[in-house]
Design a protein around this ligand. Structure first.
Ligand code: NAD
Length: 507
């Protein structure tokens, strides 16, 4: 029997012709991510001949300097350089001051010229790859100076962070909503562009095997880890105002939680998925100042082996800093599906391993008929979703130990994405730019999600602001503070060690 296809609901449209106006064109993000992504889209035929990019920033560059810059950034990212000169011929540059109206008038004139030259139909993507304090000013000018006044679409793509708490996010949102409708605002959370994060929905909703078990009858807990080996590097100034809670938990971690916890949507249409994610956010158990420390713990790295600096010794960091470089927490959902199932999250810098993984731990079988060698306990079934650096899925099962009638041994069924042609696996930004051009906002964060996640996180931030932590509490290069292990131990669980979950290792 063929299943009825839901594809009718999904935007599979061609990429329309469009002009991308990139603010912050000389910056780090544009160089490392955006130009290589645009090139890959171009090479794959996703940008028609009808595309043009205007780069703007403070520097007094001209088209030639800009095109060389774009070319260099592409060449640093890929060995394939076919059609690169044709590609960069679509790039134009204007020096720009974000608060000066004359800059926008010049921009409008150039945009209108390129509209005609490339027959772009007035479609515009305004990509703000700049510090968020400029977002409101730019959005105001885009409207006031007539850049959004065209026949085609006008979409605003903005980078994180979206505010630093709920009130600042609300203020920013009100600013940009003066010029853009919610449906035209594409807030980037680049985790949502990752292949394996997008795979969460496919694993859940395209397999008869998992969704029937995806609830508190069969799942004992879910663990999401995102660890980095690096410290703050040269970003100490920014990190001091953010910390792991705002830098990682409010956005990436809670987004992954919501994809795992949401109810099945009625289609893969952006509105339908968003509705379910918002419902999931709304059923998260809210914390109070009194309960925060029962659910969340924080850490900060001190000096480690091989001369690794402690956080407080890093550049632009207060020597008495109270900023957390590690967070672990327990998120509970008060709804029928998830009542009683903890979703544990942890994220930190200067960990032993760079890894983002989701571990779904199933409940123990009701009765064990088998032995394990040396009286070891039978292991629970695990579904591991490897987000990065490896991409894949592993299912941990128990099978009979060869030659031993009554003994079992753990086995892994693994699928590693590394077998796929790497050049053709789209990078997160590539997918997100492509989606924004096609008008598919599924993998962007809607204001309701941003607001709900800030209200959850703000209570934690406030509790921690009021209380000085005993930092540092884990040496650089180790797996975080003891309190993180204790958080699970008191529920009878433990963090699954990252190294035993490798996608490629078979027992
Ligand atoms: P950056 O400092 O490297 O670049 C900033 C850009 O803004 C430069 O092109 C600069 O010329 C321009 N600019 C600054 N002030 C200006 C002004 N008054 N008028 C005109 N142009 C001005 O920053 P970045 O690392 O590229 O980050 C940009 C945004 O992306 C930020 O919101 C950041 O949080 C976000 N982000 C960056 C990364 C990354 O990997 N770099 C990752 C995620 C999010």
């Amino acid at each position: 029997m063929n299943l009825k296809s839901g594809v009718r609901n999904v935007k599979q449209s061609e990429t329309p012709s469009a002009l991308t106006i990139l603010f912050g064109a000389t910056g780090d993000l544009a160089k490392r991510k955006l130009y290589p992504s645009l090139y890959r889209l171009y090479r794959k035929g996703h940008l028609s001949s009808g595309f043009a990019v205007i780069g703007t920033a403070r520097r007094e560059w001209d088209n030639d300097i800009f095109r060389e810059h774009v070319k260099k950034s592409v060449m640093e990212s890929t060995a394939v350089q076919e059609q690169i000169d044709e590609f960069i011929s679509h790039f134009y540059y204007l020096p720009h001051d974000v608060s000066d109206s004359d800059s926008y008038v010049a921009l409008r004139t150039l945009a209108n010229d390129l509209d005609n030259k490339y027959a772009l139909g007035g479609n515009r993507l305004f990509y703000l790859a700049m510090a968020p304090e400029f977002f409101g000013t730019i959005a105001d000018h885009l409207k006031e100076d007539g850049l959004t006044d065209t026949e085609g679409f006008g979409r605003l793509v903005i980078e994180k962070p979206f505010g630093h708490d709920l009130p600042s996010a609300q203020e920013l949102n009100e600013q940009i909503r003066r010029s853009f409708d919610e449906k035209d605002i594409y807030r980037i959370d680049h985790y949502l562009g990752k292949e394996m994060v997008q795979n969460i929905e496919a694993i859940r909703f395209a397999n008869a095997l998992f969704e029937p078990l995806w609830n508190n009858r069969y799942i004992s807990n879910i663990q999401i880890t995102s660890s980095e080996t690096l410290g703050v590097e040269e970003r100490g100034g920014y990190y001091e105002t953010s910390g792991a809670l705002k830098d990682m938990v409010q956005n990436h971690m809670l987004q992954m939680v919501s994809l795992l916890a949401m109810e099945p949507p009625i289609s893969l249409q952006d509105d339908d998925i968003r509705r379910e994610k918002v419902r999931a956010f709304r059923s998260m158990r809210p914390l109070t100042l009194e309960t925060v420390n029962d659910y969340f713990v924080r850490g900060q790295y001190g000096p480690g082996e091989d001369g690794m600096l402690g956080y407080r010794e890093e550049l632009n960091v207060n020597p008495e800093s109270n900023t957390e470089t590690y967070v672990a927490g327990k998120v509970m959902f008060d709804n029928f599906r998830w009542a009683g199932v903890p979703f544990y999250i942890r994220t930190g810098k200067r960990m032993p391993l760079k890894s983002t993984k989701i571990v779904v731990q199933f409940k123990d079988i009701p009765m064990n008929l088998y032995y394990r060698p040396d009286d070891q306990e039978m292991e629970p079934n695990l579904l591991v979703i490897h987000i990065q650096p490896e991409e894949g899925i592993t299912l941990h099962l128990n099978a009979k130990r060869a030659g031993h009638q009554l003994q079992t041994t753990p086995v892994k069924l693994s699928y590693a994405n590394s077998g796929v042609d790497v050049m053709n696996t789209p990078e997160a930004y590539e997918k997100l730019i492509h989606d924004a051009m096609r008008g598919d906002s599924t993998n962007f964060t809607h204001w309701d999600e941003v607001a709900l996640s800030w209200s959850f996180v703000d209570v934690i931030a406030e509790a921690w602001r009021n209380e000085k932590a005993a930092f540092p509490n884990y040496p650089a290069g180790t797996k975080g503070p003891k309190a993180s292990d204790e958080l699970l131990e008191k529920d009878g669980f433990f963090w699954w060690p990252m190294n035993m979950l490798d996608v490629n290792i078979c027992n």
